[in-house]
Design a protein around this ligand. Structure first.
Ligand code: PMP
Length: 438
């Protein structure tokens, strides 16, 4: 198997300056992280010179893989013009126009620097517009690090005194008042929506929903669930915020359009920056007016030193322009082929696995039935070990498969790459008989 001496060395150095040796808690390690030296197209080369097919793509950001020529050219050109100004530029208008023309829910848009910031401002905008404080979200979904978006990501705990379900807060010492203002419901639990929201309806500003929550298990939304979210929101004057930071890559018009959700606000990020830091909040013109309008001062101030910096704007435009309808179709076919290939292998070996996902996204589960709820997707420690073993096997086959997050394809990938993924999975199932963990 591959040598990772240089990664081991770098990890020791990293430990000298970073808590836990790294600058993001989300960095995967088994037991050490794989340090990357460079990326090109569908591949990365680790610090020890091993080539790996990249199914992480910086947590699904790089829809064109690494070093996409149109992005590189656009960035090289803009570097000479200046990277950030306190003044607006034409570059931000161009990317804004592209997004508004494609996303039905986005009549207007504001740029920020990350998905976390986009979700934070969407929540604040919904509050300012409705003059209510509470938000509803679904257990297990990841929405970034804003306190109110983070609460409930780990599910709920039952309060001893009241018997009520309270959101698990993000960290010890998080203000208890956050729990009072976040209602955590279960994804795909149609009956629970009206029942849980009704008693608090006049306090609720927004329902925050990722149409296919990835960390929760890349769960497929049931059509009646999506319809009920919309109907209950409308009934009580609650706004719907679709968090498409990750799932925008599901189609030319995004994931909400794909699943029939009509949000009032939408947050995006990742692919719209072409590999550079970015986030955006968009939505209905009347709601977006909380950020200001021709004749009114903003109810909600939104700044950001690096927001709409020229590099992210031109890189994002180049990346998104290349994502034509045809490019989305091709990725969709590649993803369909991959999910079918993986499912066929599971069937052939009658292995206790399943596959979820859509478009360019997929996730393998150590379960016979693909989960449709956060509860179903929560893994035992044995199942976690199985997934680690699977990632380790993929690594030995030269493939980087995330084990805690959604995996994704990129446009430079070919049918041969898909075949190599399916072959690696088949090989794993052959070598690890199901009786090993059943
Ligand atoms: N929302 C969703 C749905 C996400 O997937 C992510 C990032 N994985 C975020 C928000 C946060 O985005 P960022 O990491 O850019 O802050």
């Amino acid at each position: 198997s591959a040598i990772r001496a240089r990664s081991a060395h770098l990890f020791r150095r990293g430990k000298g300056v970073f808590p836990a040796g790294v600058t993001r808690s989300t960095i995967e390690r088994d037991p050490i992280p794989i340090y990357v030296a460079k990326g090109e197209g569908a591949y990365v080369w680790d610090a020890d010179g091993n080539r790996l097919l990249d199914l992480n793509n910086n947590f699904t950001t790089l829809i064109h893989g690494h070093g996409f020529a149109p992005v590189m050219e656009a960035v090289e050109k803009v570097l000479k013009m200046g990277t950030c100004f306190a003044n607006p530029t034409e570059y931000e208008i161009a990317l804004g126009e592209l997004l508004v023309s494609r996303l039905p829910a986005m009549e207007q848009v504001r740029f920020v620097n990350s998905g976390t910031e986009a979700v934070m401002f969407a929540i604040k905008a919904a509050r300012a517009f409705t003059r209510r404080s509470a938000i509803v979200r679904f257990a297990g979904s990841y929405h970034g690090a804003y306190d109110w978006a983070e609460a409930g990501q780990g599910g709920v705990i039952v309060d001893d005194a009241s018997g009520r379900n309270l959101p698990k807060l993000g960290y010890p010492g998080a203000p208890q008042s956050i729990a009072d203002n976040v209602l955590v419901l279960n994804f795909n639990d149609v009956a629970g929506i009206e029942h849980s929201i009704a008693p608090r309806a006049n306090d609720v500003a927004a329902i925050l929903i990722d149409p296919m929550p990835s960390r929760a298990g890349l769960l497929h939304p049931a059509p009646d669930f999506i319809a009920t979210v919309s109907a209950v929101a409308r009934k009580y004057g609650i706004l719907v915020i679709a968090d498409e930071v990750l799932n925008l890559r599901q189609g030319f018009a995004g994931a909400s359009a794909r699943y029939g959700l009509e949000p009032d606000l939408i947050t995006v990020g990742k692919i719209i920056g072409g590999g550079f830091p970015v986030g955006a909040i968009g939505g209905r013109t009347d709601v977006m007016a909380v950020f200001g309008s021709d004749d009114e001062a903003p109810l909600l101030s939104q700044g950001g030193t690096f927001s709409a910096n020229t590099v992210s704007m031109v890189a994002g435009k180049a990346a998104m322009e290349a994502m034509t309808l045809e490019a989305f179709d091709r990725l969709e076919r590649l993803g369909d082929g991959l999910r079918k290939g993986l499912a066929d292998v599971v069937l052939k070996r009658s292995a206790p696995f399943s596959v979820s996902g859509a478009a360019s996204l997929f996730r393998i589960h150590p379960r016979r039935i693909a989960p449709t709820s956060f509860h179903m997707a929560t893994m035992t420690s044995e199942e976690n070990d199985v997934m680690r073993a699977l990632s380790r096997h993929f690594l030995a086959c030269g493939i980087l498969l995330p084990f805690g997050a959604a995996a994704c394809l990129s446009t430079p990938m070919s049918d041969a790459d898909v075949e190599s993924i399916v072959a690696a999975f088949d090989d794993f199932l052959e070598k690890n008989s199901r009786t090993d963990w059943e």
